[in-house]
Design a protein around this ligand. Structure first.
Ligand code: EPU
Length: 422
């Protein structure tokens, strides 16, 4: 989905002050789907006002869920009239988290047609591990050019081993397992804070999940769950993006409403680069990022360095002294945006699709750009804010999918950025 709006940035302005972090996209979308496991009302607080949430609310409304906004990032979801037959295929194919619907849908209906889920174009993003997991749970899966068809006579507990760690795969099979018949064991699961928060919510509502926060989850299926109130955790990826902005622009910026515990590896990397910070229990203040040194960066599943802030940190490394090797290990197509940094004046050589060698520091110059995906998009915004001259960024739908109120937040710290509808 594209729109004609663009961001226009006058770079090089000093930034200062406080910037607040919103609720985590990758928890909010998942926990809101979990409302379908009960017929009671769910209240979700700290929901970011972003495009992915708007799309999900549309999908849930089509499915018969009564959604109401109670103001201030709080939503109430009433799934009493949930009808799996009204799945909006077009919308579902637009964002990755929609695949979580499969568990609740299969718990209530014997046959579900489902399109390949969308999301950012950062690699092939197959769903083979989801399909294998569902097969183990007694679901038969067939596929034509457009749709998968899932058929089940009731989900059965199973032993499922993920050959590779998958965030949405873990969450999807967790939602399927909580009401399946018998015991499910999920091996080699993702341990991202958003996965843990989802599992904790489910347990609060009557699910029986053991091993939360470890690599093995053991789930005893229950017949019914309740719904209740849930607070979305702070978005560690938004916080990490602002951290990269503060350091790249060498600004005294305080990032508030965040959980630094979720960013221990990126914070340590910044300390090694020579950034001076004050880390409190729910804020991080960048004091100075003078004369920062290059560093290698290798993405890894949590608690390793998050792939979702690899692009913002690469922009930061263009301002560091020396050579940095950036190794993207999670997605095979998540370094192609470095081409736009080179067009702005960076010195980056692609060794192979998953590794680049960057030599810094280099002054960046404003350019006309088009956002290819969410995280490369925010990297463009950061690059534009530290560059000389004007940067124009098109296809900003991709950025607004995941960053709440970005323009206002940036203006409040002194950035010169406007959104123009052409
Ligand atoms: N994979 C497979 N087969 C599968 C599933 C995954 O080969 O069936 C591969 C993927 O292609 C990838 C690796 O496994 O190479 C890990 O992918 P994962 O499934 O963990 O990613 P995801 O669940 O699709 C979530 C986030 C991403 C984030 C990744 C990694 C959501 C909605 N998305 O994606 O967030 O980058 O985990 O942490 O939670 C973003 O917010 O910008 C974003 C892309």
């Amino acid at each position: 989905m594209t729109n004609m709006s663009k961001y226009i940035i006058q770079g090089g302005k000093p930034l200062k002050g406080t910037i607040s972090v919103s609720g985590a996209k990758n928890m909010a979308t998942k926990v809101m789907v979990a409302c379908l496991l009960s017929d009671q009302v769910m209240t979700v607080k700290n929901v970011p006002e972003i495009e992915d949430i708007n799309r999900l609310l549309e999908v849930l409304t089509d499915l018969g869920v009564k959604t109401s906004k109670l103001g201030n990032n709080t939503y109430q979801l009433d799934p009493k009239n949930f009808d799996p037959r009204n799945l909006n295929m077009e919308l579902v194919s637009k964002f990755r988290a929609s695949i979580l619907l499969l568990g609740p849908l299969l718990a209530q209906y014997k046959e579900i047609k489902f399109p390949h889920p969308g999301g950012c174009t950062i690699g092939k993003r197959p769903i083979d591990m989801f399909i294998e997991g569902f097969k183990k749970m007694g679901v038969s899966v067939s596929m034509d050019e457009k749709y998968y068809t899932f058929r089940s006579q009731g989900l059965q507990g199973a032993d499922i081993v993920f050959p590779q760690i998958t965030v949405t795969g873990t969450e999807t099979l967790l939602l399927a397992a909580v009401k399946a018949k018998g015991k499910t064991k999920l091996y080699n699961v993702a341990q991202e804070p958003e996965v843990i928060a989802l599992a904790e919510y489910l347990n609060k509502q009557g699910a029986k999940i053991k091993g939360i926060g470890t690599s093995i989850l053991e789930i005893d299926g229950v017949v019914s769950l309740t719904n209740g109130e849930v607070d979305v955790i702070p978005d560690r990826i938004e916080a990490g993006s602002f951290l990269a902005l503060a350091c790249a622009s060498n600004s005294n910026l305080k990032i508030t409403n965040c959980d630094p515990e979720h960013l221990r590896v990126p914070i340590t990397l910044l300390e090694q680069m020579g950034v001076k910070m004050k880390v409190n229990s729910n804020s991080i203040e960048v004091l100075s990022a003078e004369n920062i040194q290059a560093s290698n960066l290798k993405t890894h599943e949590y608690p390793g360095f998050p792939t979702d802030i690899q692009a913002p940190f690469t922009v930061l490394l263009t301002q560091a002294h020396g050579q940095s090797l950036i190794h993207e290990t999670i997605f095979e197509g998540r370094l192609f945006y470095t081409d736009f940094l080179n067009r702005m004046g960076a010195n980056i050589i692609m060794c192979d699709p998953q590794r680049v060698l960057l030599t810094g520091p280099t002054k960046l110059k404003g350019k006309k750009l088009e956002s290819p995906d969410l995280r490369a998009g925010i990297a463009m915004v950061i690059a534009g804010l530290i560059a000389d001259g004007t940067t124009e960024i098109e296809n900003i739908y991709q950025i607004e999918r995941g960053y709440e109120n970005l323009i206002d937040k940036l203006k409040a710290i002194g950035a010169q950025i406007i959104k123009r509808n052409d």
